[in-house]
Design a protein around this ligand. Structure first.
Ligand SMILES: [Zn+2]
Ligand SMILES: [Zn+2]
Ligand SMILES: [Zn+2]
Ligand SMILES: [Zn+2]
Length: 454
């Protein structure tokens, strides 16, 4: 890799971002760096997470011989991120282990504060990251202050410093799981980087990244350009799941990152021609006429308009009710057949076939097919299910291509689903044990391969 082709700039509205200092080719590796801080990610449900390697502890834990917090093995208590950071603090404060996600967040913030003692150089970089402290105390949390000051007895860090770090953690962390992942959160780790964390958000990002686990239990990140990036353009990533429609996506960006996105996708009523949020016009004939927002940046207050008859309705009148109904139908669906019924009764009938909730239903069916196909003994039936899976994955890929052009890990996973389904249409499906090993390997190596492919 040649030197980093970007420079950090500041904008009053969006905060810090990275601008390309030269033209960057699609597929070019642009950032490789080690994490400044690694910590447990406490979402979403309470878990016992090993503070050494971030695995969820499912069996009998081994207590750390110093602080008594649960570890997955004796080896893990010696891992520096635990031993050099909170371990002694916990011992001195007599802090009892918990599984509260809020406490794991507190541990991450504590590690950031303690970094000053462990590595002054990394700490200098860490405090350069955006905290949005000036935008108000929204991110700062009473619980985190209480965790650090009272429960960990670390009174030397004043409230301002704790708030700044809580802001940095909230805004700049890279998580480890995503909705399309085949293996759920293999490591509950959350990572902070210097350059990678400076990237700004775009709902059609021009990079993709993978997290690399190093042999000494530290983590690195590799970021590559998914499309050509011109000199002067921002180098962007996504801060959150891009599988939601514009209204929900923008609301989350504002709530979590204090950032009202106005990217190309957010300002386009059709979300780059996908009709990802569009609902069916009740006045137009079946299969024709969909309502989309006339002013996407106005959110839930905008008027929506039919692309065929021009009829207008408020978002609350035409979309909210039907979306709630579909969400509850998907949640209640127990079987693949139930999910297929949701698709049948809504795609092109109440919402556009590409509507994000239809994508959710397809995604759910694909996951279930993936888990069951190999166990279907009857070959014609198995082939029939596999063919269905091929059609569904292709439709997911078509939309994903619009939001994630170029080579990226989301498409790599879908492509794997597709290859798997196609191989099952041959009749003699892969055997189940081999399959599980293969998934792990594809996730680990498949993503890496993406980077080094020409
Ligand atoms: Zn461990
Ligand atoms: Zn310990
Ligand atoms: Zn956007
Ligand atoms: Zn109409």
């Amino acid at each position: 890799m040649s030197s980093f082709p970007g420079v950090v700039k500041v904008d009053d509205k969006t905060g810090r971002y990275i601008e390309a200092t030269r033209d960057i080719k699609a597929g070019e590796l642009i950032i490789t760096e080690e994490a400044l801080v690694t910590g447990p990610s406490g979402d979403p449900a309470p878990h016992k997470i090993c503070l050494g390697c971030y695995k969820v502890i499912t069996g009998e834990p081994v207590d750390c011989s110093v602080c008594k917090w649960p570890m997955c093995s004796e080896k893990c208590e010696k891992i520096l991120q635990h031993a050099k950071f909170e371990c002694k603090v916990f011992k001195n404060a007599g802090l009892k282990p918990t599984t509260d996600p809020m406490d794991y967040l507190g541990i991450k913030v504590l590690r950031c504060l303690l970094l000053k003692e462990v590595s002054a150089k990394k700490y200098e970089q860490l405090i350069k990251l955006e905290s949005h402290l000036k935008k108000g105390p929204k991110i700062a949390s009473k619980e985190i202050c209480e965790f650090i000051h009272k429960r960990c007895n670390q009174k030397a860090f004043d409230t301002g410093a704790v708030n700044q770090m809580a802001g940095i953690v909230a805004i700049n962390s890279f998580g480890t799981s995503d909705r399309l992942s085949l293996v759920d959160a293999p490591r509950m780790a959350s990572l902070l980087f210097f350059n990678a964390s400076m990237m700004s958000h775009d709902c059609t990002p021009n990079t993709s990244w993978v997290r690399v686990e190093n042999s000494d239990n530290t983590f690195s990140i590799k970021v590559w350009a998914t499309v050509p990036i011109k000199k002067g353009e921002q180098i962007t990533t996504q801060y959150l799941d891009l599988t939601r429609g514009t209204i929900e996506r923008r609301a989350h960006l504002i709530e979590l990152y204090l950032f009202p996105c106005s990217c190309k996708r957010c300002t386009d009523p059709t979300e780059l021609g996908t009709n990802y949020s569009s609902v069916k016009c009740s006045k137009c004939p079946p299969g024709k006429g969909y309502l989309s927002s006339t002013e996407p940046l106005k959110g839930a207050d905008a008027m929506w308009q039919c692309d065929v008859c021009g009829g207008q309705q408020l978002y609350r009148e035409c979309s909210v009710g039907i979306e709630c109904q579909i969400v509850s139908e998907i949640q209640q669906a127990e079987s693949e057949e139930d999910l297929e019924k949701v698709l049948e009764s809504h795609e092109g009938v109440t919402v556009h076939p590409n509507h994000y909730l239809m994508m959710d239903a397809r995604q759910e069916i694909v996951k279930r097919l993936y888990n069951t196909i190999a166990t279907i003994a009857e070959i014609p039936k198995r082939v029939e299910r596999a063919k269905k899976m091929v059609v569904l994955v292709k439709s997911l890929l078509a939309v994903t291509e619009k939001f994630y052009p170029g080579k990226n890990k989301i498409k790599a996973r879908l492509t794997y689903y597709l290859q798997y389904a196609e191989s099952c249409t041959q009749g003699d499906g892969p055997n189940v044990e081999e399959r599980l090993e293969k998934i792990e390997e594809i996730i680990r190596k498949g993503d890496e391969m993406l980077i080094f492919e020409p």
